[in-house]
Design a protein around this ligand. Structure first.
Ligand SMILES: Cc1cc2nc3c(=O)[nH]c(=O)nc-3n(C[C@H](O)[C@H](O)[C@H](O)COP(=O)(O)OP(=O)(O)OC[C@H]3O[C@@H](n4cnc5c(N)ncnc54)[C@H](O)[C@@H]3O)c2cc1C
Length: 286
């Protein structure tokens, strides 16, 4: 199938893009890397009257340390994240997740902003952002606002972005030496969307866990925090007993629907396997 007819314009500033979104409310859509949107248009799941191509906005392609956060521009590609020394040093969990995103050709053009704006429940970055308590930087006609990640994902492919706003950046807290990170997922083939994935950030206080954040992907309408498993780990050593308790707690945290890849029970089983692997890996990294 081919996309329905649409108008196309290319902008070079955020202000221009927002102005067009406001003028064409309801019928315009932003085009970043096009790796999700073009497929949706070809399947007629999206039929924008106007495509606003933002890929030429240079200001959105930078990655910089700002105080205690790494600010990553919306148009930074998956490939650029993979090659970034700043990401590897300051947001190692994101660096671990990128190789799991799609295939090389898609990583060359797909963007972090596009992924976070789309909010696919099986995507890697939403879970990483939730595990790390990232902040979304949105800009609209009334200026910029910061959206804590806890308020950002609002349901299946739903975010807190308003129709006349765009995501301009995402801010991740800088990693410190007391933290350990692990990302892993299970998919049928490398590069396919995951059946289940897990982003873990564990803050240690000496040999005890001060706080663990466990965010699953492909287990719900958006990224899912396993809060009971997180509580089970708090104040514990990262050892076999605490890992088993956390795995048991998962049964109450996760109630996925089945999908084309796996039924609910299989998904919960795989989630438990991933948690065991992640915590064991982080425990042996001490
Ligand atoms: C075969 C295949 C496999 C894939 N596998 C994976 C995978 O394993 N994991 C994964 O995470 N992704 C996967 N993807 C998707 C890929 O990562 C996309 O690059 C990403 O989801 C969207 O980024 P994009 O820049 O291409 O956005 P686009 O496709 O251009 O846009 C996606 C949506 O976001 C909106 N948007 C884009 N940028 C902004 C912005 N700055 N502000 C507000 N709204 C915006 C658009 O209007 C559109 O609705 C796959 C894609 C394909 C084709």
């Amino acid at each position: 199938m081919k996309a329905a007819a649409f108008d196309y314009t290319r902008v070079t500033s955020v202000e221009e893009a927002i102005d067009l979104l406001r003028q064409h409310a309801g019928s315009a859509q932003l085009l970043a890397g096009g790796q999700s949107l073009m497929a949706m248009m070809n399947l007629r799941l999206a039929q924008p009257g106007l495509l606003i191509d933002i890929s030429g906005i240079a200001d959105l392609k930078t990655t910089q340390v700002h105080g205690s956060v790494l600010r990553i521009g919306a148009l930074v590609t998956h490939h650029a994240l993979l090659k970034s020394d700043l990401v590897a040093r300051h947001v190692p969990l994101l660096a671990q997740a990128v190789p799991h995103v799609a295939h090389l050709a898609i990583r060359n053009v797909g963007t972090i902003g596009g992924s976070l704006a789309l909010a696919d429940p099986a995507a890697e970055y939403p879970a990483v952002a939730l595990a790390l308590e990232a902040t979304i930087v949105a800009q609209g006609p009334r200026g910029q606002r910061l959206i804590p990640i806890a308020d950002y994902f609002q349901g299946l492919y739903q975010t807190a972005l308003q129709p006349d706003e765009m995501l301009v950046a995402v801010e991740f807290p800088l990693a410190n030496t007391e933290q350990r990170f692990h990302f892993d997922e299970l998919s049928r083939r490398r590069g396919d969307y995951a059946m289940v994935g897990l982003a873990c950030a564990v803050h240690m206080n000496g040999s005890k866990i001060k706080e663990a954040r466990l965010a699953y992907l492909a287990m719900g309408d958006g990224p899912v925090l396993a809060t009971r498993a997180m509580s089970a780990l708090q104040g514990q050593a990262l050892d076999a007993a605490s890992i088993q308790k956390a795995q048991q707690a998962l049964a109450q945290d996760l109630s996925p629907n089945g999908d084309l890849q796996a039924d609910p029970a299989t998904k919960v089983h795989l989630a438990r396997v991933l948690l065991g692997r992640a915590l064991n890996a982080m425990g042996s990294a001490s």
